[in-house]
Write a protein that binds this ligand. Structure first.
Ligand SMILES: *Cc1c(COP(=O)(O)O)cnc(C)c1O
Length: 499
């Protein structure tokens, strides 16, 4: 199927015309072909579309402009920290000393990169209150797996093999139960308390000799700080289990709360959320993991080590036999880690604290502005994000959160996260971040309030939105169940690209 519309266009396969094409080799020698070994020559030309260069450039530039991006508009996606990423960090990551370094380069010629990675580990340990950090995991989800595998190694080395369960609150990100399963554990889901926080009593009741770990997101996925976290961590340790902190919401608490000092045993950082790196398209990211003393032996290998003479080297594979091994090739997504380093160094300790304070202020401001038009299920000060709900609007007008999200597109805003976490009916999780101006926040609030008004006066207008987007409502269930990811020619046409 080719999609066409006012701003859409045929696929490049449909645009190609035989015989057209921009690639020309100047003055090829008469025997050019003979100079290539026979087994390196094609028997027929590649089946790729032939087009002139300006048309190729326009095709892709026009497609790129269909993307919504944090560089083109406000992007209040909750649980993702879609902040504006300083362009300076993009420059830093592209410096040829980092970008062109071969991943197999010997340590002696990689000293600058190794030093940066070592210092980044130190900085993340300082920010989190953890003893040491591995930068290897490719994203938060893989960081979770790294952390839970270390917890498994810890219990197993102590001969404590009856621990088969991981406790997870029902508001957690889907990666938490997925991680527990991948590590061979059974997930026990604990319902949230009515104030949106972890139900400490239900958690404590579920803790026991079978509990290997609990996974807690703090602040939680509804943007609330866990007020009874100390009590919960004490109960976890008294039961002989360990506490994992999902650090996806670190943007809210830098300089205010150190998970390691509070008693968490292990946590991951989503550096692409907290410390810059554009990540709207699904990556790349990095998910460093910090650990307390007792998990140090299990950190993935190789670690970056600093010698007494100030030089750096990577650990040898056999140097630390209790390590859980390798989680990813080489040392991790270095380009993302360079951006994180640049971000942390540019802000410094006071700057990072200001980032969190401003993010929390922006979220509370927006929550306050929306309180007359939407339900606010948890009425206490939020951290960096908050949940608003269209439950009352739906009851009175039939307009749902999905419709409101689609209508926002007509006004040039990216919708917030909707229907996550699942514990709030008709919920939207809104995270403005610290990088937005009060004018942008006001414009967004005014628009959401106006849409609530439309829902009352002209519900069909909202239910049939978006009206200005190149495509309207998509059949998301079919798209997820039967993904059709490559173009196929119409029946009867010859395929320009081989199967
Ligand atoms: C984003 C997120 C994750 C997963 O992190 P990735 O880096 O996307 O793999 C886990 N938990 C929470 C709460 C998140 O917001």
């Amino acid at each position: 199927m080719s999609v066409t519309g006012p701003r859409l266009q045929p696929t490049i396969f449909e645009l190609g015309r035989d015989g057209r094409g921009g690639g020309k080799i100047p003055h090829p020698p008469a025997d050019a072909l003979d100079r290539l070994p026979a087994d390196a020559r094609r028997s027929r030309p590649p089946a790729i579309p032939a087009m002139n260069e300006p048309d190729v450039v326009r095709h892709y530039v026009n497609l790129s402009q269909l993307n919504f991006a944090v560089d083109t508009g406000f992007y209040p996606l909750g649980s993702c920290t879609m902040k504006f990423n300083p362009k300076l960090n993009e420059w830093a990551a592209r410096l040829s000393g980092f970008a062109d370094l071969h991943p197999m380069a010997p340590d002696e010629v990689a000293q600058g990169t190794l030093e940066l990675l070592w210092e980044l580990e130190e900085a993340l340990a300082e920010i989190s209150g953890m003893q040491a950090v591995t930068l290897q995991p490719a994203a938060g989800a893989q960081g979770e797996l790294t952390g839970i595998l270390m917890i498994r190694a810890y219990h197993s080395e102590r001969g404590d093999t009856g621990r088969t369960e991981v406790l997870v609150p029902d508001s957690s990100h889907g990666t938490n139960p997925a991680t527990a399963s991948m590590a061979g554990y059974t997930t026990i889901t604990i319902p949230s308390a009515s104030d949106g926080g972890v139900d400490v009593d239900a958690f404590t009741a579920a803790l026991g000799p079978r509990t290997a770990a609990v996974m807690i997101t703090n602040p939680s996925t509804v943007g609330l700080f866990e007020s009874r976290i100390g009590e919960l961590l004490e109960a976890v340790h008294a039961a002989g289990a360990l506490a994992y902190m999902d650090g996806a919401n670190l943007n809210a608490i830098m300089g205010r709360f150190k998970p390691g000092e509070a008693g968490f045993d292990v946590m991951h950082f989503n550096v692409h959320k907290t410390f810059s790196t554009p990540h709207g398209g699904g990556g790349p990211g990095a998910g460093p993991v910090g650990v307390g003393d007792h998990l140090l032996p299990y950190l993935p290998t190789p670690r970056v080590l600093r010698a007494d003479d100030g030089g750096y080297r990577l650990e040898r594979p056999d140097e630390r036999p209790r390590s859980i091994g390798r989680m990813r090739s080489f040392v991790g997504n270095t380009g993302v880690l360079v951006r994180a380093y640049a971000y942390i160094r540019a802000h410094g300790a006071a700057g990072l604290r200001e980032v969190s304070d401003d993010a929390v202020l922006a979220a509370n401001y927006l929550k306050h502005r929306l309180a007359d038009a939407y339900d606010i299920p948890f009425d206490r000060p939020c951290k960096h994000e908050f949940v608003a709900s269209a439950a009352t609007i739906k009851r009175e007008t039939g307009v749902r959160t999905l419709d409101i999200a689609k209508r926002l597109i007509d006004f040039g805003f990216h919708p917030p996260t909707i229907y996550f976490p699942l514990i709030v009916e008709e919920g939207m999780l809104i995270e403005p971040t610290e990088t937005e101006s009060v004018e942008t926040l006001d414009a967004f609030a005014d628009t959401l309030i106006a849409i609530a008004g439309e829902a009352a006066s002209d519900p069909e207008l909202v239910r049939s939105a978006p009206h200005t987007a190149p495509v309207k409502r998509l059949d998301e269930a079919t798209a997820a169940r039967h993904p059709n990811l490559r173009w196929r020619p119409m029946a009867g046409a010859e395929t320009p690209c081989p199967d």
